[in-house]
Design a protein around this ligand. Structure first.
Ligand SMILES: [Fe+2]
Ligand SMILES: [Fe+2]
Length: 199
């Protein structure tokens, strides 16, 4: 596959993630990248960007909370109370910063797809949806319910978006974890779209 810029090709990205992630996480990122290419083909997103974003989406997931906060502090991002409270959200925000600053990724669609891969948001691009869903259904995933989501992904992007967001929000409610407003906005948009075609 072609590279995004002269300084950063896929081989360098693979080296970078290999240096920053555990073996398990590295394999997860390869699986997400492979799944993202398939979904991009099916749902008209850019396959090359899907591959790169899949590789990079969890680039900060093995960082400590302090490291992630330091990365975010150096940017001009102000964390909300929910983001400060839910550690899981930090790796997506810090990851987009690292992709931009250390890997010189300039493409906003890629950076947004990394940043919003955990929460989703309203107005997601085709690439953002592809990464959000690839992260749920990649070959390495084996949680209860993954087969239903895989089936939904084979039906339509609308169908799988609704089901995936419901899956996450239910999990947050059951675990008594704060729900990011972007996730609720993503849910409302997805369910409104879904109802237009299904009710
Ligand atoms: Fe993630
Ligand atoms: Fe992931």
């Amino acid at each position: 596959m072609a590279c995004m810029g002269e300084s950063m090709n896929n081989e360098n990205i693979l080296k970078f993630i290999n240096n920053h992630l555990s073996e398990k996480r590295y394999n997860h990122c390869i699986s997400v990248a492979d799944e993202a290419v398939k979904l991009a083909k099916k749902y008209n997103a850019d396959e090359e960007k899907a591959y790169i974003t899949g590789l990079l989406h969890d680039i900060c997931k093995d960082n400590t909370k302090i490291q992630m906060l330091q990365i975010i502090e150096k940017s001009d991002i102000m964390l909300s109370d929910v983001e400060k409270n839910v550690e899981k959200l930090l790796h997506a925000i810090a990851g987009a910063e690292i992709a931009q600053k250390e890997l010189d990724i300039k493409d906003n669609d890629i950076l947004n797809a990394i940043r919003y891969h955990t929460t989703g948001r309203a107005g997601m691009s085709a690439l953002e949806k592809v990464i959000y869903i690839a992260d749920f259904i990649s070959a390495d995933r084996d949680y209860e319910g993954v087969d239903e989501l895989r089936k939904a992904a084979s039906v339509s992007m609308e169908e799988v978006m609704v089901q995936a967001i419901i899956f996450v929000i239910k999990d947050r409610l059951e675990s008594k974890v704060a729900i990011h407003p972007d996730a609720l906005m993503a849910y409302n948009e997805a369910v409104i779209n879904w109802r237009l075609n299904n009710v």
